[in-house]
Design a protein around this ligand. Structure first.
Ligand SMILES: [Ca+2]
Ligand SMILES: [Ca+2]
Ligand SMILES: [Ca+2]
Length: 508
C-alpha cells in the first residue's frame, strides 16, 4: 500500500514538473515570437484613405510614430484633389514598402446664397445665384428644380452644389424677377433724301435692339411723306418690345422734285417710198434726270404712206412727274418715180461737181464754182414744175433750162453732194412774182446765194448779207423780200471783197 501511495505521490510530482516545462517552453516561444515580431514586422500600413484637399503626411503611412520613413514616390506629383487610388512607395531604413492610397471626398461643398435680379422670362444661370463656393474638388452648380421666372416677383428656389465625391449641398436662394420697362434702341436712323417718284427702303441699315426682347418689332410711319411731291417731310421709326415699351425715332425725308423734261435723242427726218413702212422708234432714245422709264408717244396720225407728200411726226416724252418734251420730224413719202428721179439727179450732180471742183479747193471755192456753173449753164425759159425741188433739179440737168426754181434746185443738188449746208428760201410777197434762192453756211454764218441770172445788169448774189440783198431788192420791186424769222440768223459781215465775179476767182 505504502509503495502504492509512494508511487502515487511520485507520479503526481512527475506530472507537475511536466506541466511546468510546457508552460515554460510556451512562454519562451511566445517571447521569441514577440522578439521576432518586434524585430521584423512591416512598419508601413497596407492601405490609406486620404481626404481630398488635405496635405499628405508620411505619418499616415507608418504603423506608429516611432518609425522613421520617407516617400520614395514623388508625392508632389499627386494632386491632392484628384480622387482615385495611388500606389505609394515608402522607404523605412533600407527597405521599400508599397501602400495603396485612396483619395476620397467625403466633405460636402459650401457656398453663400445671392439674390440675383433678372427680367421676366430670363432665367439666371445657377452659378449667378451662389458665391464663395468652397470644396476640395470641382463643384457643379444646378437648380434643384428650374424656377418659373415668367412673372415679376420674388421666386424661391434651391441651388445644388455637388462635388466630385458626390456630396451635395442645398442652398436656398430667392431670385428677384423684374418687369421689362426699358424701350428698345433704334440705331442707324438718318435723314433721307430721294428723287421724286422713287420708292424708299426705310428699313435698310436700321437695327433695333432691346434689353430683353430678341426680336422687337420695327415699323416706319411715313404717312406724312409724299414721295411723289417734292418737299421736306418727317417719318418716324417705331420699335416695340414684347413688354409693350415703345421707342420712336423721327427722321427728315427730303423729296427732290423732278422739274426737267426727258431728253429725246436720235430722231431724224425719214424718206420713204409710197406704200413703204417706217419704224419710228428705231435709233430713238429717251432719258430723264429722275425717271428711269419715261414714256415715249409718237403721233404719226398725219402720215399717209400711200400719198406722196411731206408729213410731220411728233415724238413726246413724258416723265413720271409729267414733264414733257417733244421732237418733230418730217416724213417724206415719195413715189418710186420721184425716188428714181432723185437718184438720177444726184448722179448727175456728182458728175458735174467732179468736173467743176477738185479736192484742193476750199468750201468757199467749191460753193463759188457751183454758183458760177448754175448761173451760166442753164438757160432762162421762165417755166418749171415747182411741186418738188428734185423735179426742178432734174429739169435743170436734163433740159438745161427753166426759171429761178430750176436754178435754185440745181444749186441745191450740187450743194448737197458737195456737203455744203444749205436752206431753201422763198420770196415772201409773191403778188408780182415768186422767187427761190438759198442760204448757205460754210462755218462762218449764213449767207444768201442766188444763182438765177438777172436780166440786163451784171448783179451778183454769191454770199451776200441781208443788207447787201436788201440794197438790191429795194431798188428792184422787192425782188428778194423774205420773212427773216423763218430762217437761221444770217451773218452780217460782208465777204464781197473776196469775190471777183468778173474773172471767177476768190481773193484769199
Ligand atoms: Ca467635398
Ligand atoms: Ca425692353
Ligand atoms: Ca425729269
Amino acid at each position: 500500500m505504502s509503495e502504492n501511495v509512494s508511487n502515487h505521490i511520485h507520479k503526481t510530482s512527475k506530472k507537475r514538473k511536466k506541466a511546468l516545462w510546457i508552460v515554460l517552453a510556451t512562454s519562451v516561444l511566445v517571447l521569441i515570437g514577440l522578439i521576432f515580431y518586434a524585430l521584423f514586422r512591416r512598419p508601413v500600413v497596407e492601405s490609406v484613405t486620404h481626404e481630398a484637399g488635405t496635405f499628405i503626411n508620411i505619418e499616415e503611412f507608418l504603423i506608429n510614430e516611432r518609425i522613421q520613413g520617407e516617400f520614395v514616390t514623388n508625392i508632389e506629383e499627386i494632386g491632392i484633389s484628384d480622387l482615385g487610388e495611388y500606389t505609394i512607395q515608402i522607404q523605412v531604413k533600407d527597405k521599400v514598402y508599397s501602400c495603396i492610397m485612396t483619395i476620397v471626398d467625403t466633405l460636402p461643398p459650401s457656398g453663400s446664397a445671392l439674390s440675383p435680379e433678372t427680367l421676366e422670362e430670363i432665367l439666371p444661370l445657377p452659378e449667378d445665384c451662389v458665391v464663395n463656393i468652397e470644396d476640395a474638388t470641382e463643384v457643379t452648380v444646378s437648380y434643384k428644380e428650374v424656377p418659373d421666372v415668367n412673372k415679376a416677383g420674388n421666386v424661391d428656389t434651391v441651388i445644388l452644389l455637388q462635388d466630385k465625391g458626390g456630396n451635395v449641398t442645398e442652398i436656398p436662394v430667392t431670385i428677384i424677377v423684374l418687369a421689362d420697362t426699358e424701350a428698345p434702341v433704334i440705331e442707324g436712323a438718318v435723314d433721307l433724301s430721294i428723287d421724286e417718284g422713287m420708292t424708299l427702303e426705310y428699313l435698310e441699315g436700321i437695327a433695333v435692339t432691346d434689353n430683353k426682347d430678341e426680336n422687337p418689332s420695327l415699323i416706319v410711319d411715313d404717312s406724312q411723306v409724299d414721295l411723289n411731291q417734292g418737299g421736306e417731310y418727317e417719318a418716324v421709326y417705331i420699335a416695340t418690345d414684347k413688354a409693350g415699351n415703345i421707342a420712336k425715332q423721327p427722321i427728315k425725308v427730303i423729296v427732290i422734285p423732278d422739274v426737267l423734261a426727258p431728253v429725246i435723242e436720235g430722231t431724224q427726218d425719214i424718206t420713204v417710198e409710197v406704200g413703204g413702212s417706217i419704224s419710228y422708234r428705231k435709233g430713238v432714245t429717251v432719258t430723264d434726270d429722275k425717271d428711269e422709264n419715261p414714256t415715249l408717244t409718237i403721233d404719226n396720225s398725219q402720215v399717209d404712206l400711200e400719198t406722196p407728200g411731206i408729213y410731220e411726226v411728233i415724238y413726246t416724252a413724258t416723265d413720271r412727274k409729267g414733264n414733257a418734251s417733244t421732237a418733230t420730224i418730217q416724213v417724206t413719202v415719195k413715189s418710186l418715180e420721184t425716188l428714181a428721179m432723185e437718184q438720177e439727179v444726184y448722179e448727175k450732180a456728182a458728175d458735174i461737181l467732179a468736173r467743176i471742183t477738185d479736192e484742193s479747193m476750199t468750201d468757199m471755192e467749191k460753193a463759188f464754182a457751183i454758183y458760177r456753173w448754175t448761173l451760166t449753164s442753164i438757160g432762162y425759159t421762165g417755166s418749171s414744175d415747182k411741186s418738188d425741188w428734185i423735179k426742178g433739179a432734174y429739169q435743170a440737168f436734163k433740159n438745161r433750162s427753166g426759171d429761178c426754181y430750176t436754178y435754185f434746185a440745181a444749186a441745191k443738188a450740187l450743194y448737197n453732194v458737195a456737203g455744203i449746208e444749205n436752206v431753201d428760201i422763198v420770196k415772201s410777197d409773191t403778188s408780182r412774182s415768186s422767187h427761190y434762192w438759198s442760204l448757205i453756211n460754210l462755218g462762218d454764218g449764213w449767207y444768201h446765194v442766188d444763182c438765177t441770172p438777172r436780166s440786163g445788169s451784171g448783179d451778183n448774189f454769191f454770199m451776200v448779207t441781208d443788207a447787201e440783198l436788201e440794197a438790191y431788192s429795194s431798188l428792184h420791186r422787192n425782188s428778194h423780200i423774205f420773212d427773216g424769222s423763218l430762217y437761221p440768223e444770217r451773218a452780217t459781215e460782208s465777204v464781197q471783197h473776196m469775190v471777183n465775179y468778173s474773172n471767177g476767182t476768190l481773193n484769199q
